[in-house]
Design a protein around this ligand. Structure first.
Ligand SMILES: Cc1cc2nc3c(=O)[nH]c(=O)nc-3n(C[C@H](O)[C@H](O)[C@H](O)COP(=O)(O)O)c2cc1C
Length: 365
């Protein structure tokens, strides 16, 4: 008799051993200091959540050009590496595992966030609808500058350097941010990629730069320490593709061939409905031969069922981890979950960040 896997059982993703299958999804909280480095408050925040089988950190810009929000902690300076080291040490001391999400936002930025007030860069000069979060508040996003093909090797170097820095900082691996309308997603999808060179047009051409990024990151570490996040049908950050299945089946085939540690898939609209009525990216489950990390609006029942049936190997929870540092314990005991306060999601101090109690602390209070 074969037993069905359980949400609370151990699993291995590439080289990374997880004590359970509950993953903390990447959550930008915008609490870095003026050097774009994490502080001791962030060390405490991740330490509190170390019972997750795996923590995926908030998106971490690989360069100043890759930054799109105020107060996000980068992974491109020595100081940033030193500070992240305190986070990884704290999580490991508490028995947890942690990978860093490598982020280039592409067009979802603003001159206020760029060096010398430069324009954000993108595959094509297509302006996104929406606002940028700057130190001076929310500002309209602008029309980006289209990258010259000759600039792309420099961005690959930034990804390589960030990966080397992640190793130096003591992370268990890296997750390439290929989701939510940021740079890699902008290359993949035809609403944002209007190029006529080798990086645009056909699906093969649109996949070229994202796969070059994957190969650069794998080359800087190895496949067993690298995962990637995608959001094939999510409209987050004003993005769309006229035929996502035609793009993501071959893209995921190419990822599968590279033997990555895991594929992290936002199923549906990020933070919204799981079923959008069109093609369902869970179809990709049979295309990717490695571990599947499901995400988006999962609750306990859905996560237990997905793991038991093999629809997912692990499940990433985002918003529930904000208000429930001991989410794994609460799920295990089927205890009630606290609701997060949206007003403190981005920016600020300990309030709404490190002051959410565990079940034990709440009952002692
Ligand atoms: C405050 C906040 C910050 C987020 N930051 C990131 C991020 O840095 N990188 C990323 O890939 N997704 C980010 N997301 C998306 C989440 O990882 C996740 O996909 C989304 O919340 C849906 O999962 P959930 O229903 O479990 O919350 C963020 C979501 C929220 C609410």
């Amino acid at each position: 008799m074969t037993s069905r896997p359980d949400l609370f059982s151990p699993v291995r993703l590439g080289a990374i051993e997880l004590a359970n299958r509950v993953v903390m999804a990447p959550l930008t909280r915008s609490r870095a200091d003026k050097d774009d480095a994490v502080t001791d408050l962030t060390v405490e925040y991740y330490r509190q959540r170390a019972s997750a089988g795996l923590i995926v950190t908030e998106g971490s810009p690989i360069s100043r050009q890759g930054k799109g929000y105020a107060y996000t902690p980068g992974i491109f300076t020595d100081l940033q590496v030193e500070r992240w080291r305190k986070v990884t040490d704290a999580v490991h001391a508490a028995g947890g595992r942690i990978v860093i999400q490598l982020w280039h936002v592409g067009r979802i930025s603003h001159p206020d966030l760029q060096a010398d007030g430069a324009l954000p860069v993108a595959p094509s000069a297509v302006r996104p609808e929406g606002k940028a979060f700057t130190e001076a508040g929310f500002k309209d996003l602008v029309t980006p500058r289209a990258l010259a093909a000759s600039e792309l090797p420099g961005i690959l170097d930034d990804f390589r350097r960030a990966t080397v820095n992640a190793r130096r900082a003591g992370f268990d691996g890296v997750e390439i941010h290929g989701a939510n309308g940021y740079l890699l997603d902008q290359f993949l999808k035809d609403k944002t990629n209007r190029r006529t060179d080798a990086y645009g047009g056909s699906v093969e051409n649109r996949m070229r730069f994202p796969l070059e990024v994957v190969d650069a990151v794998v080359g800087a570490w190895d496949k067993d320490h690298v995962g990637i996040r995608i959001s094939p049908v999510s409209p987050a950050n004003d993005i769309d593709d006229s035929d996502p299945k035609a793009v993501f089946v071959p893209f995921v085939e190419a990822l599968s061939a590279r033997g990555l540690a895991y594929l992290h898939v936002i199923e549906g609209a990020t933070g919204g409905p799981r079923d959008l009525g069109g093609w369902d990216p869970r179809d990709l489950r049979s295309v990717f031969k490695g571990a599947w990390m499901g995400n988006n609006s999962y609750d306990r029942d859905l996560a237990m069922e997905a793991v038991a049936t093999g629809e997912a190997d692990v499940v990433a929870f985002g918003r529930p981890f904000i208000a429930n540092p001991d989410l794994v314990e609460r799920l295990r005991r089927n205890a009630p979950l606290a609701e997060p306060d949206r007003a403190t999601f981005y920016g600020g101090d300990a309030k709404g960040y490190t002051d959410y109690p565990t079940l034990g602390e709440a009952s002692a209070a």
